[in-house]
Design a binder for this molecule. Structure first.
Ligand SMILES: C[S@@+](CC[C@H](N)C(=O)[O-])C[C@H]1O[C@@H](n2cnc3c(N)ncnc32)[C@H](O)[C@@H]1O
Ligand SMILES: [Zn+2]
Length: 285
């Protein structure tokens, strides 16, 4: 719930803390942000963001696919990374950037102490609507990861970036001194069967390398867990998987239906990712 995590949030205009007052969050200087009927708050500044994030169709497809459980091993690796990097007497305070439907954040909160708290941040309003229902201890915030994050400095134990953009400088600001960044990135084998078959957008082979570069100087990698599984997918699952990614925007509906209709059932598809944990260069061990 928003009211529970509002002590972690910051006004996007002046950076002060926010307090819940009826159906709004208000800072000490009087900047006020309405809590939407669906339970999320938009913490964007005046200038419009050029990002719109995932569409309602992409979010619905993602929700259906994640509910079917095929990415459970990926979620387990992320929640293990958080649990293993949390000291016994600490309740995690977790921000997921580009949180989408909030499935990963909910899994992390379920696996952590009952007083763990979460913030799911996404620039997409359809995502925020789902996020607001993802977990009783998670709050949903609409914001742009490429701007100042609407979170107070040094208050978080963990930041998650799962198949999502990340802004190292801001993550550095909001993490506590011994905070941990958990990043899930696809390898070049991720969904390769569909890349070949449907011309889905190929994962940039240098993405993992570039990640290392952008973190350079701020964070050092602590652990690296490769996860690779073969998922046995129905045509419906494949349709959701294609629909939840950027290929949905490039592939015509006819071409997609035709290609998926011709697949054997079940169809084996590889999920291949790396879950990495990073700590500040000065505190990594
Ligand atoms: C591939 S999805 C991953 C969602 C979720 N982490 C998961 O793995 O299920 C990427 C998410 O990042 C969001 N996103 C893209 N650009 C963003 C931005 N500039 N600021 C915040 N979120 C953004 C999209 O709306 C989308 O929900
Ligand atoms: Zn303010």
């Amino acid at each position: 719930m928003l009211a529970d995590v509002s002590a972690l949030l910051a006004c996007p205009q002046c950076g002060d803390g926010l307090d819940p007052v009826e159906r709004t969050l208000v800072c000490s200087r009087g900047h006020s942000f309405d809590i939407a009927r669906q339970g999320y708050v938009t913490l964007l500044t005046g200038t419009a963001t050029k990002f719109t994030g995932d569409s309602p169709e992409m979010i619905a497809a993602r929700c259906d696919f994640l509910d079917a459980g095929h990415f459970d091993p990926l979620m387990a690796a992320v929640s293990d990374a958080v649990v293993q990097s949390t000291p016994d007497d600490v309740a995690p305070r977790v921000l997921e950037v580009g949180a989408g439907t909030g499935h990963y954040l909910a899994r992390v909160l379920d696996a952590s102490s009952p007083s763990a708290q979460g913030i799911g941040l996404d620039v997409s309003k359809p995502a925020a609507r789902r996020l607001a229902r993802a977990h009783p201890r998670a709050a949903a915030v609409v914001a742009d990861v490429w701007r100042q994050l609407p979170v107070l400095g040094g208050v978080l134990t963990h930041v998650l970036s799962i198949f999502a953009p990340r802004n190292a400088a801001e993550i550095d600001r909001v993490l506590a001194e011994d905070g941990v960044l958990v990043v899930l990135t696809p390898t070049d084998r991720h969904l390769y069967e569909l890349v070949e078959l449907l011309g889905m957008v190929r994962v940039d082979d240098r993405k993992v390398e570039r990640l290392g570069e952008t973190m350079a100087g701020r964070f050092e990698r602590d652990h690296r867990t490769p996860v690779e599984v073969t998922m046995m997918l129905s045509r419906r699952d494949v349709d959701h998987l294609v629909g939840m990614g950027p290929s949905a925007r490039h592939l015509s509906a006819e071409r997609r239906a035709e290609a998926i209709g011709a697949l054997p059932e079940p169809f084996p598809v590889t999920a291949s990712v790396v879950v990495s944990t990073y700590r500040r260069a000065s505190t990594s061990r």
